[in-house]
Design a protein around this ligand. Structure first.
Ligand code: CFM
Ligand code: HCA
Length: 534
């Protein structure tokens, strides 16, 4: 891998090579028992074909998009709203036919040239009024796209005015696409907004002995439905999910839960931290991708509540679910054993999905995130050492203090001591690199060129990424599994999800079709491209 890194970098101009060198790391965890530092959450170098999306996508598409009963208005050109309209396959299921679901609509101010010249606030006001007249929603939120920031529309003052006029909750996000270096900035902006404007508005205490929130689960391909099924079976009450299959009321009531569990650490750790500071709810990292990881996460939740009834119930559920999983795994594993995978996705799945591959005997030889931060690679203990650059400073860090009336520590200090003695860890995430083998290549914000190099050298049995990478990779004769949209399949979370994933990967890596495939440039060599710096 060290050789390959050198070879990749050689093609770049010196300055580019110097920057990319920090973001390409050969994992040495087993040999030196220490995670190396990786460059992450920095600007993509202009000219490089990145997998990344924008800040607006992270705020509107990712965090707020999956909520069904807030009217989400994109203030901007129509393409931005259209792009983020359900392409992520975030599913939802209103409890009854009378409950709202606005996700099938795409709300946008459809900005035109004249709005850019004369300002778009009037149009935004009119759009809010129109949405209100038509739907009478509980809440409306507004999302800024690039031109909004450039021309200086004050979306927050429009939101305040309209909130007063209409008497419903209206709030805006300054999540212009260029605001940060990737989607990640949009996550943070969305976390701040939802925490400021919605969390804590409804103090109703719901029934339930074990009340949790599920943070960072977006119900892609129905994942959250499967997790809900399992939690229900265990007798655990889900107060809210951020934000798969969620509603406005869930967010408003989230602070009444007794534990926050985090699936995707990258996108939602801010809300978890703020809920702990303001309301005293502790958080733990869990992972429902992979059957072993699911069992481990359920046990961790049960251990937190320190209640024998729940501990026993969780064991019963695991014992009930596992036989079917082991049966399918046993069938699939001999056909997949020893095959290799590469995963380049988002900010958590490139890590989580390694679990599922491991269960069927496959090895991850290279992986990386599009936009995660160093803690998602190296573990949270590096957070104090992360340099805050101008780009991150650009994103507001909210000052949170204890709520004078509603702050309530969920565990006494004796209970905390007992849990600690049992090895229980709060606020803990070890990151991706510790769980990968030595000599694997970890690459942040991988480029198209680097992707092609990896494929050429390692010829993995499967490459996992997104829609932009899919066909370029498959033209090399390597199957690509989309770990964002799941290629219209899923769910892959929880117990039933693991079975779906085993079967899907078995089908993909054992199909003969790939070996028959000839790329266009293999058939017509004159089509083969040359890199400019050759
Ligand atoms: Fe978290 Fe996500 Fe992901 Fe993400 Fe995303 Fe996504 Fe993803 Mo696409 S919140 S970081 S910004 S797990 S949309 S559901 S699949 S890149 S790995
Ligand atoms: C986004 C959404 C995305 C894109 C997926 C892809 C998703 O980043 O704006 O590139 O295939 O999961 O839908 O990550």
């Amino acid at each position: 891998p060290e050789e390959l890194k050198k070879e990749i970098l050689e093609k770049y101009p010196t300055k580019v090579a110097r920057k990319r060198a920090k973001q390409i790391v050969v994992n040495r965890i087993a040999t030196c028992n220490e995670v190396q530092e990786i460059g992450a959450n920095v600007r993509t170098i202009p000219g490089i074909i990145t997998q990344r999306g924008c800040t607006y996508a992270g705020c509107k598409g990712v965090i707020m998009g999956p909520t069904r009963d807030i009217v989400n208005i994109t203030h901007g050109p129509i393409g931005c709203g259209f792009y983020s309209w359900l392409t992520r396959r975030n599913q939802t299921k209103p409890p009854t036919e009378n409950d709202e679901n606005f996700m099938t609509y795409c709300f946008s101010t459809d900005m035109q040239d004249k709005d850019i010249v004369f300002g778009g606030e009037k149009k935004l006001r009119a759009a809010i009024q129109e949405a209100y007249d038509l739907f009478k929603p509980k809440a409306i939120s507004i999302f800024s796209t690039c031109p909004v920031g450039l021309i200086g529309d004050d979306v927050h003052s429009v939101a305040r005015d309209m909130k007063e006029k209409l008497g419903i909750n209206i709030f805006a996000f300054s999540c212009e696409g260029y605001k940060g270096v990737s989607q990640s900035a949009g996550h943070h902006i969305a976390n701040n907004g939802i925490f400021t404007h919605v969390v804590g508005l409804d103090d109703t205490v719901k029934e339930g002995k074990y009340k949790i929130n599920l943070l960072g689960e977006y119900n892609i391909g129905g994942d959250a439905f499967e997790i809900d099924r399992i939690l229900k079976k265990c007798g655990i009450t889900l107060i809210s999910t951020f934000s798969g299959n969620s509603s406005y009321d869930q967010f408003a009531n989230a602070h009444t839960a007794d534990l926050n569990t985090i699936m995707c650490h990258r996108s939602i750790n801010y809300v978890a931290e703020m809920m702990e500071e303001k309301f005293g709810i502790p958080w733990i990292k869990i992972n429902f991708i992979g059957s072993e990881a699911t069992a481990k996460s359920l046990r961790k939740i049960a251990q937190y509540f320190q209640d024998q009834e729940l501990i026993d119930r969780v064991e019963e559920v695991i014992a009930e679910e596992m036989p079917e999983i082991l049966k399918v795994r046993g069938e699939v594993r001999p056909r997949c054993e020893g095959k290799t995978a590469m995963l380049f996705v988002g900010g958590s799945r490139a890590h989580h999905y390694q679990e599922l591959f491991k269960e069927i005997g496959m090895k991850t030889i290279s992986a990386g995130y599009e936009f995660a931060h160093r803690d998602d690679y190296e573990g949270r203990e590096v957070i104090p050492t992360i340099k805050v650059d101008a780009d991150s400073r650009n994103i507001e860090e909210l000052e949170i203090t204890q709520d004078p009336d509603r702050y309530r520590p969920r565990k006494s200090s004796e209970e905390l001591e007992r849990l600690k003695a049992e090895g229980f860890k709060f606020k803990d995430y070890d990151g991706m690199m510790r769980e990968m083998d030595s000599e694997t290549l970890v690459i942040d914000d991988i480029s198209q060129y680097e992707t092609e190099k990896l494929i050429e050298v390692f010829k993995p049995a499967i490459f996992c990424a997104g829609i932009k990478e899919k066909y370029a990779v498959q033209k090399h004769g390597i199957p690509l599994k989309q770990l964002h949209s799941y290629d219209y399949g899923g769910p892959y979370a929880g117990f039933k999800g693991a079975i779906n994933f085993y079967r899907e990967i078995d089908r993909m890596v054992n199909s003969k079709v790939w070996s028959y495939l000839k790329a266009p440039w293999q058939k017509s060599p004159e089509l083969s491209a040359k890199y400019a710096c050759d």
